[in-house]
Design a protein around this ligand. Sequence first.
Ligand code: IPM
Ligand code: MG
Length: 361
Amino acid sequence: MKKTIAVLAGDGIGPEVMDVTLSILKAIANKYDHSFEFNEALIGGAAYDKHQNHFPEETKNICEKSDAILFGSVGGPIEQMNQPKWHNCEKNSILGLRKAFNFHANFRPVTIFPELANICPLKKEIVDQGIDILFVRELVGGIYFGEHKTKEQDGVRYASDTMEYNEDQIKAIAHAAFQAAQKRKNQVTSVDKSNVLDCSRLWKQVVTEVSEKYPDVSLKHILVDNCAMQIIKNPSQFDVILCPNMFGDILSDAGAVLPGSLGLMPSASMNNQEFMMVEPAGGSAPDIANKDIANPIAQILSAAMMLRYAFKMPSEARDIEKAVDTVLSKNYRTGDIWSDGNIKVGTKKLGDLVCSEITTL
Ligand code: IPM
Ligand code: MG
């Protein structure tokens, strides 16, 4: 099969974890006789250097001509946030891409690798119950995309951000969540703040209506504050957690600490035409960039999500996931997930190990 992939490596650790991931995709292409064409494009600070724009038109065109977008990470060091290169960098590039392609549905799976159960910050008896959650987050609505205002009135500074949802936006993400649950454990927990917010009352109503079309899937509603607590206290109760944009941002980061490192979490965002962008859930980590120490697993597993969901290549995706499992079971670790008795390796070496497992699987 021939596929064209827009490669947006970005800033910080983006380019090095992307390099490793492209080698792995080449190994998959060789093994299965596919042809993957990688079209690199600039995004974030890297794009700003050349175009004074974090998400240039040229990049958008390359994405439009591709079968999927493989995204790295964007953003600079906190202490340089006010420089034009980094000011609003994440917002302009990530939200720009989401809006440009209407990537309304964001999938963030959280699982514990059995080999890494010891680095989960929760107690062993909780981890032993099993943790396998899929966050399904609405991504192009809510408070992120409502009107934002900052002004000064009579010497008093004022700011406002408007949260809004219409029923079509809620229906679309609810269908995505129920369909995802049907491929898992048939359970959706929908998150709201319906004791306070009108948006949440509408959310709850519309999700309940959509659930009637999925009689095989059970639906529970949970308040966002309680959900935050339950993710830490009793994560095994969850299958799919369905969230509006901002609650999903916050709760998926709470979920992201469970595997033990942000460097382990892949994610995928898609639109109604099943066009998709995959990306690691962690950031650009500029403090550890170019040192060959970043964990490339989240980027590698994001590529596996692209193969499975965008290209319908389940065996190829499984090969990558199995290869990562095998490398971990042989005790190879990057620094962020290393503990006594493991073999510490760098970004490139970990990628090479995954590549060689793929060829021998
Ligand atoms: C995420 C990020 C983004 C978001 C930021 C960088 C705009 O935190 O993908 O979760 O808030 O959606
Ligand atoms: Mg976030």
